[in-house]
Every structure is written in C-alpha cells, then in structure tokens.
Write a protein that binds this ligand. Structure first.
Ligand code: GAP
Length: 520
C-alpha cells in the first residue's frame, strides 16, 4: 500500500491538445447530468422558456451574483444597492414607455399555429435571369444567407426552372411588403400563404392586483430591474449621502414573454438581471464615463474567468438607437450558436428620470452646489443577465481533453475550467481509503473546518482517480487527499490541481491562504 496519495492513472502529463466544444447540446447534457439546470416543471413535460437551477447550478449562479455584488457595490465607494419590488405601480411602465413600446414584431403562421419574431425571420426573392420567380425564407441562424441560398437553389430545382440564379439578398420579414407577404413560405410548413403581417406584441406579463378583476387592477411583472433604480432615485439621494457621480445597483428577476425563447437559458421568459444606473452631471463627459464602464465590465468578466478571446464589442449603429439613447455598446460572447449580446452598456441621457418627473409630478432634479443650478442627472447603464453569464462561463470552461499515460494509453477527461471565484465547490476532501478510520476521521475534521468558509465536498467512494474526475467535471479547482503521511507524519496532505493535474504536499494553513486568495 502506498504511503501517500497515488498519482492519477492515466498520469498527468501536460494535457494534450484540447477539444473545445462547439455544441450547446453538450453543455445542456452536462447541466442535466450533473444537476446544474433542469427544465422547469419537467415532470409535466417542461415549460418553454423557464428553467430550474439544481444543487450545483444554484451555487454557481449565486457565486456569479455575489462576485458582481461585491465588486460592483461593496468594494466601490460610489455605488449603493437596493432591492425594489418586482410588481410596481403600473404607471411606472407607462412613464418608462414599456406599455406602449416594449414590443417585438410578431408573425403568426395560421396553418401551424407557430409564432415567429419578424426580426428573426428572413426572406429572399428567388431571382432567375433577372426575374423574380418566388420567395424563400429561413429563421435567423449563424448562416442565414447560406440557408436562404440553399433554399433558393432547392426552389429552382423543384420548380424545374432553367436559367441563372442570382445570389440571394436576405431581408428581415419586417421589411416585407403587403404584396410579398402572401408569397413568402412559412418556415414551419415550407408553404406560402399562411404568414400574417407583423404586429406589435407587448412582452410584459400582465397580472391583476387585488380582489377586483378589471382594467384598473392590471399590473405587470417587471421586464427589467432598471426602473426600480429610477423610481427610488429620490429616496436614495435623500437618505444615502450620495454625491454625483454615483450608482444604484440591484440584482433580481425580470420577466419577458419572449415570442421565441431559445438557446437554453440565453433567452428565457424568467431571468435574472444585474443592473446598475450610474448617475452623472448633465455637463459631464458622458463618453468618458461610458468608456470607463465598458472597460470595467470587460475586466470583470475576465476576473471571473471568461477568456478575452471569446469577447468582443459591438457598437449599436446610431440609426438603430432609441431616440433618448446617446450610445450603446454591447460586450459580445462567442456562444456555440454564434456571437451574441452578453452585457449592454447604454448611455441613456436623462430620459427615465425626466419621464418619471413628468408622470408623477415629483421633481427628480438635484441641486448642484458648484453651479447653484438644479438639473436631472444623466445616466450610464451597464445591464447584464446572470443567466447569460452562467451560460458563457460554462461554454468557456468546458473542455474534453485527451490524456495519455506513461504507457501511451489515452483517455478522455471532461473538465470545467471554472475560475475558483465562481466554482460551485472550491475544494473536495478525499480520504485515500474509505475503510481506515484514521484517514476518514482526519478528512472529516478538515472538511468541517473548511465548511465554515467555503463550499466543500467530501467524497470517500471509489478509486481516487475516479473521484478526481468527478470533481473535474463539476469544475472543483482543488482536491485534497488525506493519506497515511497526513496522520502519521506532519499533517500535510496532497493538493491536486484541476487544470494541471499536478500534485504537491501542502499544510492546512497554506491551504486556507491559497483558498482565501483565489476565492475572494
Ligand atoms: N435596462 C436595460 C435592459 O434591460 P436589455 O438589453 O433588454 O436592457 C439587459 O437587457 C441584459 O439582460 C441583456 O444584455 C441580457 O444579458 C439580459 N437579458 C435580456 N433579455 C433576456 C432574456 N430573455 N433571457 C435572458 N437574459 C436576458
């Protein structure tokens, strides 16, 4: 019997080239297998656009949220937090413009009863020898043009049309004319004639408050947390000793009746937002503040382990901005289904506070000691979805590695290279052998001690190599193995690192220091 922990088999030569996943299905399967995320109400067949976080998922999500809160609120002198109610006075949503304008263009397929978002539905004319012979359609994908081109070629073949097919020119369904709409095939049936013209569909969930059920009792589940910060601006200013520039932040659930929830938790109907409204002087250099916040968000994403190579910036074109917006830049992430918005950083002027002042009659201006003037502050808003970060970190962290032992045998290891800051379990404590009391007693004592500060896992079942792999798959950065040297010699134990699979001896004090530095 070995005195100390055996090295893993196959042993950890530096990891061979890594195979990065390109498939969302792999991530979804891992989430289900290891208890990160389940479909909501699964025993009833699930509920489209709603999800449940399981035992590991809830830890990971909480860690993301807690890291954000610590860095955004607790570690900054100029940001305070609030938690506003989810259901607010319906006038909030009238003033903010959501009742009239928070809509997506909806298209119905009358035959299949399926619904599409017109801005995610594309069509193209099939042009042969200069004349339009029909239309094809495709739902937005990573290669919408390619899909339309293929559909146009298939159309030409099926109709036995002779001549030269022109390259397709994709258009959003929102741009289709009344004449074109009946000729555009439904993506559900492949046949034209069943699609309706787009109509504005309000995405807010309605509910009724109180015993009376009429128009006067209608209220909404909030579609964003941001309005909480605007309507609480005055009370925060009056009670909080804040001075411009300063921010108000909150984390909480938002609800949108998305027409096409998709890509797992990327676009769902109930999700969590982490938003901050940073109020600045009306004459402040908003572009400089905007740039600073973009940089802050970028750096923060790196600090929780997102690789810079997977991130990019997208500036919204001026002509697509809402009339009150001065500029919006999104931090994009390369998800398996394409490069998509992760975090939006918007310069919103003083539109929201101005609207609430007008609608409520309560002045929102603050007095500037320097200029002796009253004004309504302007705002920079970094707004992100916790669930989108969750999905991004899983996609970035997931790896399947081929490892080769000293005899040349290969094996595949699945590993989540999560940052220790957000990993659901920080360290696993493993007695080398299950049936040796001295080892399990020492291991349990260490486990209990660690548990006071960290999420820890105790595992005595199975071969040590298998136990390491189980931890690799859920992203545990370290395992400690209690062996005979631990109990018979100096109390040190083997620390095994997830990414390098290297092992070294470490004392208990060193372990606590290592965890403290890596986790907080
Ligand atoms: N207050 C501004 C606001 O809510 P948004 O771009 O509509 O702006 C901000 O939302 C962030 O919330 C997005 O960048 C995204 O991370 C997240 N988000 C928005 N809709 C979502 C949905 N249906 N499912 C998951 N996350 C969503």
């Amino acid at each position: 019997m070995s005195e100390t922990s055996p090295a893993e088999k196959p042993t950890a030569a530096p990891a061979a080239p890594e195979k990065k996943t390109e498939s969302l299905e792999t991530i979804v399967a891992l989430c289900k297998r290891r208890g990160f995320i389940f479909a909501s109400s699964d025993i009833y067949g699930g509920f489209n656009g709603f999800f449940d976080y399981g035992p590991l998922g809830v830890e990971l999500k909480r860690n993301i949220r807690d890291c954000w809160w610590r860095d955004m609120v607790q570690r900054r002198d100029d940001v305070v937090g609030i938690e506003s109610s989810i259901i607010m006075h319906p006038k909030v949503w009238q003033a903010s413009g959501h009742v009239d304008g928070f809509t997506d263009p909806l298209v119905d397929c009358k035959t299949s009863k399926q619904r599409f978002r017109a801005d995610q539905l594309f069509f193209a004319a099939v042009v042969v020898d200069g004349s339009v012979r029909g239309y094809v359609s495709a739902l937005e994908s990573e290669d919408t043009s390619g899909a339309l081109q293929a559909a146009a070629e298939a159309f030409k073949r099926k109709q036995a049309i002779q001549g030269t097919l022109a390259p397709v020119e994709p258009r959003e369904f929102t741009e289709a004319t009344a004449e074109q709409i009946p000729q555009i095939p439904s993506p559900a049936t492949g046949e034209p004639g069943s699609l309706t013209p787009p109509r504005a569909f309000n995405m807010m969930f309605e509910t009724q408050v109180g015993a009376l059920r009429d128009g006067s009792s209608v209220a909404y589940l909030r579609p964003e947390t941001a309005q909480g910060m605007f309507v609480d601006f005055k009370p925060v200013v009056d009670t909080g000793r804040v001075k411009l520039p300063f921010g108000i932040a909150q984390v909480g659930k938002s609800f949108r009746n998305e027409i096409t929830p998709r890509n797992f938790i990327f676009r769902s109907r109930e999700f969590e937002q982490m938003e901050m409204e940073y109020f600045i002087h009306e004459d402040a250099d908003w572009q400089a503040h905007h740039r600073e916040w973009i940089q802050w968000c970028w750096d923060w994403l790196k600090s929780i382990g997102l690789p810079e190579a997977e991130l990019s910036l997208y500036d919204h074109p001026k002509e697509k901005l809402s009339f009150y917006s001065r500029g919006t830049t999104d931090i994009m992430f390369r998800y398996p289904f394409g490069v998509q918005e992760l975090w939006g950083i918007a310069a919103r002027g003083n539109y929201d506070l101005g609207q609430h002042e007008q609608a409520s009659g309560v002045p929102q201006a603050i007095f500037d000691e320097a200029t002796k003037k009253k004004f309504i502050p302007h705002v920079i808003e970094p707004a992100v979805g916790t669930d989108r970060i969750f999905l991004a970190v899983l996609c970035a962290a997931y790896a399947e590695e081929t490892i080769t032992d000293e005899k040349g045998a290969t094996d595949t290891r699945t590993v989540l290279r999560l940052s220790p800051r957000i990993a659901p379990v920080k360290v696993a404590v493993l007695p080398l052998l299950k049936n040796k009391d001295a080892l399990t007693t020492r291991a349990k004592a260490l486990y209990k001690k660690l548990q006071h500060r960290y999420a820890v896992f105790y595992d005595e079942a199975g071969a040590i190599g298998r136990r390491y792999r189980r931890q690799d798959e859920i992203g545990t950065p370290w395992c400690v193995t209690i062996d005979f040297d631990t109990v018979e010699k100096d109390g040190s134990f083997t620390l095994r690192e997830r990414d390098s699979m290297q092992q070294r001896r470490i004392s208990e004090a060193e372990l606590f220091t290592l965890l403290d530095e890596a986790v907080y």
